[in-house]
Design a protein around this ligand. Structure first.
Ligand code: ATP
Ligand code: MG
Length: 654
């Protein structure tokens, strides 16, 4: 095992622990209670949100393949929008709910939207939707920039009981059309253009193209955001801002069942065709709000910034629903980390005095490559806690984040979860669980992780072990089905390991009971009989000072069974050479051991990533196998041209 994986244990400061919602003792007690009697635990914690008709039933679920069925709080009724807005207005109507930070800080001002204003804008939009025939159960696709209207739109749908499906504004017309059709949406809400990093994506014209392939009945609401000229189709297009201005400023909220769908969200597609994950209202909101408060140790008055896009589940749970259900102040950032320059994240933290900052390892690595001077320029003294999500964070990036951003005083919560899980599954609770760089540490309340032997499907009960990560029982934030395809839902998550929810991820548990995600099970390589997660080899490569990023896959090898194929992106100022190749092989040998030495290293100016910044290893695997004819679904790739370059210069031509 790599010693990189164990570079120490980092407890939070005594001062942090003293103020934390949950300390070590409370964690142990609450966790034990949540597993021993989930009914009683969640009956109590379900009360953190407001119910119109209180539930009398709490949990009703089975993971039995063939009859998987998941329900929480099933006889309760509520409205999610009312929970995120109305219930805060009396006490904190004038508190900022959303801080909107625009793409271009020079030409546009930040906006502070209070809870009272949020109620008015959401109501107006809800009234526009209603006036245009949208009601309970109808699907509405959102294809919007990261602007306040995206929040209003999600909350307006929730208010009237419509089901939203947010599509990331960077996606193509094709990807948009697929999602409109798959969800059989009645309407799309889009904008004229989406400014991002100083460039503008033509959302309206993309939507026009998408709608060519959809039913003629789909309505198109357009938020005039940049004000640039667009096409206009009279019977179909609706000027959202104009209609909002004319609409009534209050819209009553609909009474929804706890199990009515709140949203559909398509997964990022890094392992295959995107899946339409369905989340419902009650359990999801309880779980999103509880994890936002406890994982991030959010306190009243704090400013919380999750840098994700609302096109991802992270944006749903930790920009919108979790924080707003808790009456928090949440930052919505329209831009990118490197515009106008590589100091943007830190400039925004300073400007809005951000207290909790939550981002992805891919962003940290990119900024790390730009040098610490961009961070040092800003006053980051408001920061109390940092978070990471999306993939395993390599210790190199962890250390940089801890030292330069957190100044060694902010706990780092490495949160493992999925679109499917609704909220955090494995994560340090910062006042309770000392962190180890690269480990998502321990389960959140109610989560029962088990590690199974991938060959025998048996539970590996020793403390220190590894295998595939499954979850033994339901938790309130769990997805309920795949939209219109309950069978695929069972096949994808409950077929491989009967009786368990299968995450698709490999995992190791250490002698302290800490969990370490080792990467997708599909990504595990078997070299001469040794099973190895790709994450570990990648971590070692990235720890080399000349390497900016690395992706590792297996490929057929005559002697070893599988060989190790590494794609390596070098730091800006480094020239590739055969000498450097040898140096990297030697480096991995000493960091991990001879078994992990890469057999082939390909220089990769860019790696194929999803729009959410995840490396698509299945594509890299195909190229490494010299089988690049059918790459599968690539509709969610950020930059398809990267792939051609890699094929062109592939190392295995056997
Ligand atoms: P698809 O399911 O379509 O392939 P995806 O799995 O990339 O897409 P998400 O739900 O956004 O879509 O990502 C969840 C996955 O991200 C997890 O299964 C895991 O592989 C990875 N992941 C998320 N957070 C972490 C983390 N903190 N540590 C390690 N891996 C993580
Ligand atoms: Mg997945």
């Amino acid at each position: 095992m790599s010693d990189l994986a164990q570079t120490g244990v980092y407890p939070a400061s005594a001062e942090f622990v003293a103020k934390a919602h949950v300390d070590a003792k409370a964690y142990d007690e609450m966790y034990a209670a949540s597993i021993k009697n989930p009914e009683a635990f969640w009956a109590e914690h379900g009360k953190r949100i407001d119910w119109i008709r209180p539930y009398t039933k709490v949990k009703n679920s089975t993971f039995d393949y063939g009859k998987v069925d998941i329900k929480w709080f099933e006889d309760g009724t509520l409205n999610v929008s009312a929970n995120c807005i109305d219930r805060h207005v009396a006490a904190r109507g004038n508190q900022t709910a959303i801080i909107f930070e625009p793409d271009d800080p020079l030409s546009h001002e930040a906006q502070h939207i209070t809870y009272a204003q949020l109620l008015e804008q959401t109501s107006r939009m809800a009234n526009v939707l209603k006036a245009n025939g949208i009601g309970k159960g109808d699907r509405v696709v959102l294809y919007l920039p990261m602007i306040p209207e995206a929040a209003y739109a999600m909350l307006a749908c929730a208010r009237i009981g419509a089901i939203h499906s947010v599509v990331f504004a960077g996606f193509s017309p094709d990807a948009l059309a697929n999602r409109i059709n798959d969800s059989e949406a009645k309407a799309v809400i889009t904008a004229d253009f989406a400014p991002r990093g100083g460039r503008k994506t033509p959302l309206k014209s993309n939507t026009d193209k998408a709608l060519f392939d959809c039913s003629e009945k789909v309505k198109c609401f357009v938020v005039k955001h940049t004000g640039d000229q667009t096409t206009w189709i009279a019977d179909r297009d609706v000027d959202m801002k104009a209609e909002m201005a004319a609409a009534s400023p209050y819209c009553p909220y609909a009474e929804m069942n706890a199990e009515d769908p709140l949203f559909i969200l398509y997964t990022s597609g890094s392992t295959g065709r995107p899946k339409g994950v369905v989340h419902t209202s009650g359990g999801y909101l309880v779980y999103a709000s509880m994890t936002q408060q406890i994982t991030f140790d959010y306190h009243d008055g704090d400013v919380f910034w999750c840098t994700a896009d609302v096109g991802w589940v992270t944006g749903h749970s930790y920009i919108i629903y979790g924080p707003l259900a808790n009456g928090a102040t949440t930052v919505m950032f329209e831009g990118v980390p490197t515009y106008p320059d590589a100091g943007r994240f830190w400039a925004v933290c300073e400007k809005h005095k951000v207290n909790q900052f939550y981002t992805a390892p891919t962003a940290i690595r990119a900024l790390m490559g730009q040098g610490p001077e961009w961070v040092e320029k800003y006053d980051l003294s408001s920061l109390k806690l940092l978070g990471s999500v999306g993939e395993p964070i390599n210790p190199e990036a962890w250390n940089w984040y801890n030292t330069h951003v957190g100044k060694g005083k902010c706990p780092i919560v490495d949160t493992f979860w999925q679109t499917e899980t609704g909220g955090h599954m494995l994560t340090p609770l910062p006042g309770a669980i000392p962190t180890k760089p690269g480990s998502a540490t321990k389960p959140f309340f109610g989560v029962q992780p088990v590690i199974l032997d991938p060959a025998t499907a048996e539970i590996k009960s020793e403390t220190a072990t590894d295998g595939v990560l499954c979850i033994a029982d339901s938790w309130p934030g769990q997805m309920r089905t795949l939209w219109g395809d309950h069978e695929r839902f069972q096949e994808a998550y409950f077929a491989q390991y009967r009786g368990y929810y299968f995450t698709g991820d490999g995992c190791r548990r250490d002698e302290d009971g800490y969990y370490w995600i080792t990467g997708r099970v599909d990504d595990v390589i078997n070299v001469s009989g040794h099973r190895m997660g790709t994450a570990e080899v990648e971590s070692a490569l990235v720890a080399h000072e000349k390497v900016a990023e690395a992706a590792v896959v297996g490929y057929p090898h005559a002697i070893k069974g599988q060989g190790i194929y590494a794609y390596v992106t070098l730091m800006n100022d480094v020239e590739p050479s055969d000498a450097l190749r040898k140096e990297l092989v030697a480096w991995v040998r000493t960091e991990i051991g001879p078994i992990a030495s890469p057999d082939l290293i390909q220089w990769a100016p860019g790696l194929p990533k999803t729009r959410s910044g995840k490396i698509m290893r299945r594509i890299l695997r195909k190229i490494a196998e010299n089988d690049y004819g059918a790459l599968g679904d690539t509709s969610t790739l950020a930059d398809p041209s990267v792939v051609d370059e890699l094929i062109e210069n592939r190392m295995n031509r056997a």
